[in-house]
Design a binder for this molecule. Structure first.
Ligand code: GAL
Length: 725
């Protein structure tokens, strides 16, 4: 998987460090970006390349173009590109150059957010886990080891982009980049070292001479060389620090992400369009939908806290790449209207008037006489008749009408002329025939176990090579212990920093606990059935993605850190935390690579009436043929609990339909201020029931589907479905 592609770049760096300027330049003033001498209102959308497959890219990009976008924005995902120090991966879903070239072929521009901190609900915010263990390192502050590593990666990406001639002055599509991500709030908290780091990051980036502007989002104190920008549900009131910079909105949140245990968020398109129109009438000149296509957190790329595998985001293109209507179409119509106004917008400041209560009018008139007007009704409850140049205009509540000639209303943000899509998930007939394999609790005596006094932090041991870490210890019970006679079993208490835990006593599951959205920490507290002599306590601690945001989130702990105690013995309470523990990274099935064709044939599977059902820690496998046609595919996992799914050896992500969404799914009115908890669905249902199976991962026949189930479920009720809209 990891190739030497681009690994020679540093050696020949000096050859192409200077930019071969082919043509045009990207510049800007306070009104707009100027590309090739043309002022533009730039309409952009985020598509994160590893959240779909290369086979999906051309179609996603084309649909973005058809939806009226000029720019595709993506982060660069460091942990995907450098899984171990100096070993690079630019293949498959991580073929960044291919992605950018496809955008270029479609005639669109690229905003490359190199970060390398990305947040993005992505494991550890995009940083490789090994970076945590570089001696003396502290992330995102004025720290030498961190700065050295960060500069190395940023330089690497910039070098590759230059080598492939992808920056706009070289004839490429990249018109802007980004360094860091929303660092302002962190800087505000940590003070001086934060300030120094910002200045360093800006200088370092600018020094790379990309020939295109650098952006820092949510960074109020940007140095003069950098453009600051706004992220949020609304940004009309944002002003760049320097009045000579264009007003940019790098993240127009089109919805929000789903977490296991939470409902599915939706942002009504009327409010989304309203927020964009409001930004544009207030001199906004660049806006980017975050996300335009959210996609899927394949494998173990989803971040903590419990970010779901689906990263649909309620975006205009749904997780499967289908236009999500009326969102996609209504925004396309908005973009047409804005482009009709472009000549006036990019060359004049608006004249603002207030004809009535909650009414506002913006009129742009260019020197050449182009006129565009935006009529607004800010009332969240009542529609209004707004008089403009002696004509009445009907405006629904919380809406803006766009008049590209100052006469004709071509668009109103709340008048949706696009049909809603009805999504159908249709099971494909013919059940799957399953086989099972039981994962056993490991023995502490194996040679591959690590033995230590006391409890170790989970990621320190696993380096995140697996979600799973076994903590194993022995408990000796004297034959004259009182509880053996009284039957009053002792109380075992285990405290864990997260995120889920299965407790086995003498090889038998005694209980499972997991954290929730407010708190990843958990406590297991149960009376346990112990016998005289040696008892084996095996704790399977499960990580569900590493945090991606929060002050020094990289220092947050995972796993069983104690206390661990046994209460109700003759001696009182026994502290188990400090005694000898054995550690084993990962499950047996993982080390056997049961998810692959070769690995899965190395063990005996059980089938028919013996098939394991509702049994924890079980592997299931089956094979299936690719369904006819091109409709996107998903697995309906409703009958399962928690685990991970693989198709032909590729992980489609963690499943957790057993985590039922709690929250408020009340009525949803588009009008009025939106926040992510406003218009939710699926309360009382699994947070995620369907899991995307990329078509391109399938062969015509004999596809291997493997499911690891932690909780216990009924695989015979899993079905492959097609998605149609
Ligand atoms: C932003 C961040 C994005 C993403 C978003 C929430 O603050 O910049 O990367 O995490 O929040 O989806």
């Amino acid at each position: 998987m990891h190739t030497t592609k681009y690994s020679i770049l540093p050696a020949i760096k000096s050859l192409f460090l200077s930019l071969d300027i082919v043509s045009a330049t990207v510049s800007y003033d306070d009104k707009a970006f100027i590309i090739n001498g043309q002022r533009k209102i730039l309409i952009s959308g985020s598509i994160h390349y590893p959240r779909s497959t290369p086979q999906m890219w051309p179609d996603l990009i084309q649909k973005a173009k058809d939806g009226g976008l000029d720019v595709i924005q993506t982060y660069v995902f460091w942990n995907g590109h450098e899984p171990s120090p100096g070993k690079y991966n630019f293949e498959g879903r991580f073929d960044l150059v291919k992605f950018i070239k496809l955008v270029q072929q479609a005639g669109l521009y690229v905003h490359l957010r190199i970060g390398p901190y990305v947040c993005a609900e992505w494991n550890l915010g995009g940083f490789p886990v090994w970076l945590k263990y570089v001696p003396g390192i502290e992330f995102r502050t004025d720290n030498k080891p961190f700065k050295v590593a960060m500069q190395g990666f940023v330089q690497k990406i910039v070098d590759i982009m230059k080598y492939e001639k992808l920056f706009e002055p070289q004839g490429g599509p990249i018109i802007m980049s980004q360094i860091e991500n929303e660092y302002g709030p962190v800087e505000w908290e940590i003070g001086a070292p934060g300030k120094a780091y910002t200045a360093w990051a800006a200088n370092m980036a600018v020094g790379l001479n990309t020939g295109v502007p650098w952006i820092m989002c949510k960074q109020e104190d940007v140095p003069a060389s950098i453009i600051d920008s706004c992220n949020g549900f609304y940004c009309e009131g944002f002003r760049p620090k320097n009045p000579n910079k264009p007003k940019m909105w790098t993240e127009v949140w089109t919805g929000w992400y789903t977490q296991y245990g939470g409902p599915v968020p939706h942002r009504p398109v009327e409010d989304l369009a309203f927020s964009v129109a409001r930004f544009v009438q207030n001199n906004g000149s660049f806006f980017n939908y975050y996300m335009y296509h959210g996609g899927t957190n394949f494998g173990r790329t989803a971040a903590g806290l419990f970010v779901a595998t689906s990263y649909d985001y309620d975006a205009p293109l749904d997780e499967y790449g289908l236009p999500y209507e009326p969102k996609w179409g209504h925004l396309r119509d908005l973009h047409k209207a804005i482009k009709q106004c472009e000549p006036a917008l990019v060359s004049s400041y608006p004249k603002v008037t207030w004809p009535g209560k909650n009414q506002e009018v913006h009129v742009f008139i260019s020197k050449s006489g182009a006129c565009a007007a935006f009529l607004a009704n800010y009332d969240p409850t009542f529609s209004t008749k707004l008089m403009f140049q002696n004509h009445p205009y009907d405006l629904p509540p919380w809406s803006i009408s766009i008049l590209p000639d100052c006469k004709t209303e071509v668009y109103n943000t709340a008048k949706v002329n696009v049909q809603s899509s009805k999504v159908k998930m249709t099971p494909i007939s013919g059940g799957l025939s399953w086989q099972s394999y039981n994962e056993e609790t490991p023995s502490a005596d194996n040679s591959d176990t690590l033995v230590r006094d006391g409890l170790l932090e989970q990621i320190y041991v696993t380096r995140d090579s697996s979600d799973y870490l076994w903590y194993m210890t022995d408990v000796n019970i004297a034959s004259n212990e009182g509880f053996l006679k009284s039957g009053r079993w002792p109380l075992l208490t285990v405290m864990s920093a997260g995120h889920a835990l299965h407790v086995f006593i003498n090889g038998k599951l005694s209980g499972s606990v997991y954290g929730n959205l407010d708190n990843p920490k958990l406590t297991y507290s149960h009376n346990v059935n112990l016998r005289a002599g040696v008892n084996k306590i095996s704790l399977l601690s499960v990580a569900v993605g590493l945090a991606n945001v929060g002050l020094h989130y990289e220092k947050w702990n995972t796993g069983v850190l104690g206390p661990v105690s046994l209460n109700g013995l003759d001696e009182g309470t026994r502290d188990l935390a400090k005694q000898k523990w054995s550690y084993k990274v990962g499950l047996k099935g993982e080390s056997l690579s049961l998810h692959t064709v070769t690995g899965s044939s190395s063990v005996e599977w059980i089938e028919g009436s013996q098939l394991a059902q509702k049994q924890p820690l079980t592997w299931y496998k089956t094979t299936f043929n690719a369904p006819q046609g091109n409709d996107p595919l998903a697995l309906d996992m409703i009958s399962m609990g928690k685990g991970e799914i693989w198709i032909n050896g590729e992980s489609i992500g963690r499943h957790w339909p057993g985590y039922i969404a709690k929250g408020n799914c009340g009525a949803c009115n588009y009008a009025g201020i939106y926040k992510e908890t406003k218009c939710q669905s699926d309360c009382g249902q699994p947070s995620q029931r369907w899991y995307h199976v990329p078509r391109s991962w399938l062969n015509p026949s004999g596809n291997l589907l493997v499911v690891l189930e932690e909780w216990g479920g009924d695989p015979t009720k899993i079905s492959l479905v097609t998605r149609t809209a």
